[in-house]
Design a protein around this ligand. Structure first.
Ligand code: NAP
Length: 238
């Protein structure tokens, strides 16, 4: 069975990806900081997929010892990793401040979570990924390429993640390295970005998963991909 490591899989998009991959028979390692929520989510994911193997590892992706625990678990599962999805992320300060007012300690934390931690995790599992000829998916955002006022902290971190992904794609020809922009989704992070607003018109995260699965199935060249460009038209699925 292929093995995937998904960060931030207790809710939102990460949880939806975990559900879909477990349904396909993947063996999963998942993380998030809130241990009880992660464990409950992993149990539900495993049960819904007919007792799939879903191992929750609570922790913070910015913590080196947590990343080492994840890498050790990958080694114990046989030393091959087919897929790493760097999905865990922080929006930073909410309401979103202008760059002129952005608290720099908060900005450092945004970069630590959204740029440094994903690269550190890639470094920690690059050998098992290479052994499997595997895939890295770094979850990006349209804020990485659009200049939305207020989104400079989060958006610049995602732009940094995009560029890491692009260079990795050149440096690691045995891997596929994707930055994947999911588009707007109705999640806790999205609500944090629009405090007090009604976000019920945004799509649920599970509706974006087919676009990601298409990327994984078709394995196009490494690069940046938008869910909107990978979506399968409704008519084609009928
Ligand atoms: N929602 C959108 O509209 C949207 C749009 C574009 C891109 N994205 C991207 O999509 C991805 C998923 O976002 P989402 O909207 O699904 O967010 P979400 O619902 O807030 O879920 C975030 C997940 O990441 C975990 N997490 C956060 N910080 C972590 C850390 N330091 N270490 C480990 N786990 C951590 C959270 O659990 P804990 O809090 O318990 O750690 C949770 O499981 C992110 O990369 C985000 O930037 C989202």
């Amino acid at each position: 069975m292929p093995i995937a490591l998904i960060t931030g899989a207790s809710k939102g998009f990460g949880r939806a990806i975990a559900d879909a991959l477990a349904e396909r028979g993947w063996t999963l390692i998942v993380d998030a900081r809130a241990a009880a929520e992660l464990t409950a989510a992993a149990e539900l994911t495993a049960a819904a997929a007919g007792h799939a193997s879903v191992t929750p590892v609570p922790g913070d992706v910015t913590d080196p010892s947590h990343r080492q625990r994840l890498a050790t678990l990958v080694a114990q599962l046989g030393g091959r990793l087919d897929l790493l999805i760097n999905n865990a992320s922080t929006l930073g300060v909410s309401p979103l401040p202008q760059l002129a007012d952005y608290p720099l300690d908060e900005l450092r934390q945004v970069y630590e979570t959204n740029v440094i931690a994903p690269l550190a995790l890639i470094q920690a599992v690059i050998e098992p990924l290479t052994a499997a000829g595997g895939t890295i998916v770094n979850i990006s955002s349209d804020a990485a390429v659009e200049a939305y006022p207020g989104w400079g902290g989060y958006g610049s971190s995602k732009a940094g993640l995009d560029q890491l992904t692009a260079v990795l794609g050149e440096e690691e020809p045995r891997l596929r390295c994707y930055a994947f922009d999911p588009g707007d989704m109705r999640t806790q992070m999205h609500q944090q970005a629009f405090p007090g607003e009604d976000i019920s018109d945004r799509p649920e995260p599970h509706t974006v998963v087919p676009a990601l699965l298409r990327l994984l199935d078709e394995r196009p060249p490494s690069g940046r991909y938008r869910a909107a460009d990978l979506s399968i038209p409704q008519e084609a699925t009928r």
